[in-house]
Structure formats: C-alpha cells, structure tokens
Design a protein around this ligand. Structure first.
Ligand SMILES: Cc1cc2nc3c(=O)[nH]c(=O)nc-3n(C[C@H](O)[C@H](O)[C@H](O)COP(=O)(O)O)c2cc1C
Length: 267
C-alpha cells in the first residue's frame, strides 16, 4: 500500500520541468517561500552526511543583470549552434529545447530570484580522481532537485542551468565567493504562467535498464549488456536580495547567504 497519495507525488515527480518561457517575470517572489523550499532541500542526502552546501540567493536587480551578462558570455554561441544543428538534423525536440534555452539566456536577469547552489571543495584533492565527482555532486544536486520540486509544488518554476559556470570566476568576483566554494549551477526562479505541466517524452526505460536478477515489466532480463553510447548525440555538458531572513524562522539555513555577505559568512 502506498504511503502517500501517488497521484500527487508521481504527478509532481513527472511534471516538474525546466521552465523557461512560462516564467512570470512580473510576479514578485517572497523571500519566505524561497527559504521554505531551501529548508526542504536541506533534507536531501549527502555523502558522509556532510552538509558542505552553500546557497546564494540573489534578488538584487543589478546583480541579476550582471549574472545575466555572465550567463550569456558563458553560453557564447553554444545555444545558437545547438539550435542550428537541431534544425539541420530535424531533431524537433532538441530544437524546442534550444529555442527555449535561448529565450531564457536572453531574459534570465528578469527572473525575480536567482539561486546559485554551491558546495565546499576545501577537502578536494588536487586533480581529483573520477570517483570523487559522484560524491561531490551527489552531495548537492539531490538538494537542488528537492528545491525545484518544492518550488513546483508551490506554483513556482525553475531551470537548473550550468552555462554561466564557464565564467564562474566572473560570478565569484561579482558575488564575493571564495575559491574553496564551488558553484554548481544557477537556478532562475519565478512563479509559472499556468501550472499545467506535462510529463516529458523520454526514451523508454528498457533502453537504459539492465537487470542482473529479477526484472520489472518494462525491464531487461539477463546480464548487464555493454553500455551503448546514447541513441542521440549527447551535447556537451552545458552547461539577487539581498534581504536577510530571520534565522529564528529558518534555523537550519545557516548556509544561506545574502550576496553581499558571502565572504564574511563562509569564512
Ligand atoms: C546538468 C544540467 C545542466 C543544464 N544546463 C542548462 C543550461 O545551462 N541552460 C538551460 O536552459 N537548461 C539547462 N538544463 C536544463 C535541461 O535543458 C533540461 O532539463 C532538459 O532539456 C530536459 O527538460 P525537462 O527538464 O523539462 O524535462 C540543464 C539540465 C541539467 C540536468
């Protein structure tokens, strides 16, 4: 028997989309709702139960404008090139994604809130071996997704973006982020225009599932086959408030920083 109403939980999980063209740039977003969603995000799992995350919340207009410029410099011609390529090859879904991503790139500064999730990398070895990355990213990205789910449940939308990371040094300078704090993305947040989002088309599970024992109805039985490279080209990994929130309301949010207090707080 299900513990929760699956029509609600599965609906949330299957319809939380990267929202770009349906972000309502005019409707203000309260600091409290951001903090409530971040509080929920803090329940996400982390490696060794270390909470090395930092959340930079930007509502200040000038800072958001500057982040928009950095984002566009980071994107370079990546999105236009992707759109052209998708149009040439007739990849309709990719074409829609690139069109939507270009819209966001042009307008990202208008999102009333930008959240930059970060993780402390002071313990990271020089030239880290491959096995380190899942632990590091796995200690922040589940929390980011929880944040996005919590937003969606409240009528807000977001997109996890990484394009500005190609210029993360510029963002670090703008926001005063020290070298041992690694930015992992930029999440523009706004209320959505309408709330009727749908499940996305995804290649069927059996294409990516290998089962070494029992199988589910859509599963593949038998030994793990050699991993095929993706059926479609994988694009390269792409990639401000400043109002203080009362710590008595959100006692766990000691990792939340006003943009102008980043340095002082994380040291
Ligand atoms: C690691 C990662 C990086 C991403 N980077 C960007 C980005 O820089 N800009 C953007 O507009 N979307 C970005 N996205 C959003 C994806 O384009 C989006 O999740 C994908 O197209 C699927 O759409 P859906 O989430 O609505 O199903 C990123 C998503 C992930 C998971």
């Amino acid at each position: 028997m299900a513990v929760y109403d699956l029509s609600i939980t599965d609906g949330l999980l299957s319809t939380t989309r990267a929202v770009r063209k349906r972000l309502d740039f005019e409707r203000p977003v309260s600091n409290d709702i951001i903090c409530a969603c971040l509080e929920l995000a803090l329940q996400a799992p982390t490696g060794a139960n270390r909470q090395g995350w930092r959340w930079i919340v930007i509502t200040d207009r000038d800072k958001r404008n500057a982040m928009g410029e950095i984002y566009r410099r980071g994107a370079g011609t990546y999105l236009e090139d992707g759109q052209r390529n998708a149009d040439t090859t007739g990849a309709a879904q990719d074409s829609r994604v690139f069109s939507s991503a270009q819209y966001l790139a042009a307008n990202i500064q208008k999102a009333p809130v930008h959240v930059i999730p970060c993780i402390a990398v002071d313990q990271l070895p020089v030239d880290p071996p491959r096995h380190v990355w899942p632990g590091l990213m796995g200690s922040i990205l589940p929390a980011v997704w929880s944040f996005q789910l919590a937003l969606r449940a409240r009528g807000l939308g977001s997109t996890f973006t990484t394009l500005h990371l190609r210029r993360d040094d510029e963002a670090a300078e703008l926001l005063g982020i020290p070298a041992y704090i690694m930015q992992v993305g930029l999440v523009p947040v706004a209320y959505t225009i309408g709330t009727d989002f749908k499940p996305a088309h995804r290649p069927p599970l059996h294409g990516s599932l290998s089962s070494c024992g029992q199988t589910c109805s859509s599963g593949v039985h038998g030994p793990v086959p050699p991993l095929e490279m993706s059926h479609r080209p994988v694009p390269p990994l792409s990639v401000s408030t400043s109002q203080r929130t009362s710590s008595s309301t959100y006692p766990n949010l000691s990792s939340l920083f006003r943009v102008d207090e980043v340095l002082r707080n994380v040291q």
